[in-house]
Design a protein around this ligand. Structure first.
Ligand code: GDP
Length: 463
């Protein structure tokens, strides 16, 4: 952010729209005199004052509570004033404008998105992972995600990272000390069992990484694309999974001409499910565009659900589609409309060996009756790397997972240096330093301004 980080700032903190209560929040290094003048009385710290909110002309704009939190014991670490009035956009705007006008001489300005939380970070009220958890808590789309975001906010994730950093720092201190006394260098690694210590730290980091990946899935969810020929039941499956009608279902092939995205939750994990236009050759230009979009959705998918009609499991067109699917993306093969198979036909098919493709790997469902949907949901979660019934103790972001992976890589390189007889202690030391630095990126002790700008600009205004 290019703006000054010490200007007094103000914003409406509650969500836009109408509500019982609307909160305006201001923060700055020295707001006491302004706040007292605004409220027409000396505000006691951390006390709720019920009072009229008067404008400069003395007209009462609203009435409500004023709370003054002197720094450093406030959300931002600075002086904070909160005005809690009625939650209507016009009345809040009026009070805000009046606050701004009366704060012009102290340089009061509107806060940018995330600026309150950024100050909390800069004033060391929160580390970076905790600051991110504030946004994650607000954005959490399930109870499970909210619970884990709160754990991150209270520092559970940061504590893990700090624990790993601490162990790396101890090792670094030993190495750096030895580098100052080259005659000891030769037996350093042995003397301090450096390799063993390194293995222990790496194992601990692996554990954190596993949990972080779970936390990331819980936060970000999984992009699932439903692919298959027209009329195999993709829209019906989307509806069945979503439990409401989101896509148009008709018996005429080619009705889903555009993609439909629906977010559903399975075990608290957000699954972003994309229903695509049926993959077939078509002369219809509109439908063609739909088919092209389907292929570009498929290219971006994290999981592809390839849906087929259970009555034609060996349709050559399906074999074509499967061949064209990206090789690296996990795929679930699903046979739909099992309700239309009469039992004898099914038994005959299974025993006569007419299934040339191995259908045992396929999940059998009926979007109409709901049969097999639980198994499909469970398979989707397992592909996401989610172990059912577990809870992610804290929430994590892709950024955290990447930093942990980088740290891990540096620890492995350090381990290689330690394994060689011509131990190169300065290279060993350097890898430890880099591993430590990667971990510090997570909590923000070592972070570029660009990254900070990027993180906080995604917050909502007033947070
Ligand atoms: P899409 O083109 O792949 O999206 O297919 P739709 O979801 O539009 O379904 C095409 C037709 O198949 C509709 O008439 C659905 O009612 C029917 N259908 C879908 N799933 C099932 C199923 O599991 N059983 C039966 N009997 N019909 C289904």
């Amino acid at each position: 952010m290019s703006v000054s980080q010490t200007d007094p700032i103000i914003a409406i903190a509650t969500a836009p729209g109408r509500g019982g209560i609307g909160v305006i929040r201001a923060s700055g290094p020295d707001l006491r005199a302004w706040a007292d003048a605004l409220c027409g009385q000396a505000l006691r710290s951390r006390h709720a004052h019920y009072l009229p909110f008067r404008n400069r002309e003395g007209e009462v704009m609203d009435e409500g509570l004023a709370l003054f939190f002197p720094g450093p014991h406030s959300y931002t670490g600075e002086d904070v004033l909160e005005l809690q009035g009625h939650g209507g956009p016009a009345v809040l705007r009026r009070v805000l404008d009046d606050c701004l006008a009366r704060g012009a001489d102290i340089g009061l300005r509107l806060a940018q998105p995330g600026e309150f939380t950024q100050r909390a970070f800069l004033n060391e009220r929160l580390d970076l992972a905790q600051a991110e958890a504030v946004a994650d808590l607000i954005e959490a789309s399930s109870a499970a995600a909210a619970r884990s975001a709160m754990a991150s906010l209270s520092g559970a994730f940061s504590a893990e990272i700090d624990g790993l950093s601490e162990r790396i720092v101890q090792l670094r201190m030993l190495v750096e000390a030895t580098l100052d006394f080259p005659e000891e260098e030769i037996d350093f690694l042995e003397k301090y069992q450096a390799a063993d210590r390194l293995d222990t730290v790496t194992a601990a980091l692996d554990g954190v990484l596993r949990t972080a990946r779970q936390g990331m899935v819980l936060r970000e969810g999984l992009h699932v694309v439903l692919a298959g020929q027209p009329n195999v039941g993709k829209s019906s499956l989307l509806n069945a999974l979503a439990g409401e009608d989101v896509a148009i279902v008709t018996p005429i092939a080619g009705t889903t001409r555009d993609r439909v995205i629906q977010q559903i939750h399975v075990d608290g994990i957000p699954l972003h499910i994309v229903d695509t236009a049926g993959l077939r050759h078509t002369e219809d230009t509109v439908e063609q565009i739909g088919v092209e979009r389907s292929w570009s959705e498929i290219a971006r998918a994290q999981v592809i659900v390839h849906l087929q009609d259970a009555r034609h499991p060996d349709d050559p067109l399906d074999a074509d589609i499967v061949r064209r699917l990206p090789a690296g993306t996990p795929m679930l093969r699903v046979l739909n409309k099992v309700d239309l198979l009469n039992e004898s036909a099914q038994a005959q098919r299974e025993h006569s060996g007419t299934d040339r493709l191995d259908t045992s790997e396929r999940i059998r469902i009926s979007a109409r009756t709901g049969a097999g949907l639980d198994e499909l949901r469970a398979r989707l979660l397992s592909i996401a790397g989610w172990t059912p019934g577990t809870e992610s103790p804290w929430l994590a972001r892709e950024r955290h997972v990447l930093a942990l992976e980088a740290a891990r890589q540096h620890l492995l390189l350090a381990r290689e240096h330690a394994a060689h007889s011509d131990q190169v202690l300065d290279l060993f030391a350097e890898e430890l330093r880099l591993a430590h630095e990667s971990l510090c990126e997570i909590t923000g002790q070592f972070t570029s301004d660009d990254l900070l700008g990027e993180i906080f600009s995604r917050f909502c205004i007033g947070k």
